[in-house]
Design a protein around this ligand. Sequence first.
Ligand code: TEU
Length: 552
Amino acid sequence: MTKTWWKESVIYQIYPKSYNDATGNGVGDLLGIIQKLDYIKSLGVDMIWLCPIYESPDKDNGYDISDYKNISEKYGGNDVFEEFLTAVHEKGMKLMMDLVLNHTSDQHYWFKESRKSKTNKYRDYYFWKTSANGEPPTNWPSFFSGNAWQYDETTKEYYLHLFTKEQPDLNWENPEVRKELHDIMEYWLKKGVDGFRFDVVSLISKGENFSNTELDDFNDIINKHYANGPKVHQYLRELNANVLSKYGAVTVGEGPGIDLENGPLYVDEDREELNMIFHFGHMFIDAGAGGKYDIVPFDLLDFKKVFNDWDTHLRDKGWGSIFLGNHDFSRMVSRFGNDGEFRMASAKLLATLLFTMRGTVFVYQGDEIGMTNVAFPSIEDYNDVETINSWNEAEHNGEDMDEFLKKVHTTSRDNARTPMQWNTTKNAGFSAATPWLKVNPNYTTINVAEQENDPDSILNYYRSMIAFRKKHLTFVYGNYECLDFENEHIYAFRRWDDNADFLVLLNFSDKELRWKNHLAGRDYELVKSNLTTNTPDATLKPWQAKILKLKS
Ligand code: TEU
């Protein structure tokens, strides 16, 4: 396995709209992030991943781009971006931009032209279809409710949109489209951007034929009709050869339908496509057969299996990403930990997991202070298009809306998008104006300022764990083996190489437990714990995490 700086990196994900508002309009901006660069650097991170900041009508908060070469004025425009990029580099960090290349906004010039006439130069930039019977061309569901085809009056045809109707899918079959997209990437790389996160990269190659689906389960539909299309690897190799490799850009591809079989193909070093992928194995672990609103309890065995399987599949030739939260899922401490009595311990336990696994670690803003889910009293308080569309669909289907609101509390993407909690002043110190999305009321107790002053805070634990990982590259490159797999409450694993041998013990429960002593006859020392009082053995208090260094 080749050793590379980005494999050893910790990447900090920022949702710019919710990070820090320096201009006082209720929306986070680049100047606001510049003000926080010392804070970000102090965590020990190497790279920042910024969610999309290009011009956008914001139907899906920037994942609907209307101009790829211009930074939205609400974030400061291109000039402030240049200032920001320079400042990031001056601090010794790197920048990864988010690129959405599967679809554009319907307000992008290409689409505005495309919809004008069937003979327009840009017509084939998108997928247009007629329909014989007044029905959409296929019965495909979109990710965000409703059919994935939208009728357009001007030319009396339908266009494809796997997400909202304001996010028409680009036709990568068309070489002109690929050329334009390559050019966009080159534009940002020439400015000095260090890498990209490619949104839904698994969806860029559509099947040769569009046909009705017989399937009901949305995941099955994704796998059969939408994801990992016939030319996806060809397109990525072309992209790598023509653009990415010339600049040494670091890449991570995201996408539904990436699984253990096809995932390694994206990141196999010999294939020269992408560096890393995000898979969703653990992120949909609490979703039942009916999807994310069919909530099932968290099962530690399923969770361990996801990590074990991926580690095995990427071990030899690829590289993984390790993350427990992002802007699309509820807060990690609320999902996988205990955000009540054991919030502190469980947030630190999850951090221990993050920084001891093999792969590049991604930390989502706010997780470093243990930010939790929010439970807004009304659907009016929510912003996310996925939440709103699902709500409308549930209402249309006559569901019990009080019950549905509870599900929204558990699963809404807005759980992760509430403003960053900086201090106890108005709006958590995020903005002087009314924030675009309400602040989580628990900011009075959960915020950066309080944790800065507390050596035992979650924030300082993140700092110490990042430093610990960097000191012991065994956690980055070493072997991984899960021990006592059948244990329903303890996640125990070994990380070792020629230099060191570590045992990580994580108690995912509210009870004190003793790990069956597999340590008999071994000499070991406790090198890390998420609690302040410890016994140097395999006894674990509720949500305790211990790292033992095995000596013989
Ligand atoms: O997400 C793709 C994706 O898989 C999500 O739609 C996911 O299924 C959903 O969020 C789970 O609730 C990417 C972006 O990360 C997301 O923010 C965008 O909305 C989406 O693509 C469309 O660009």
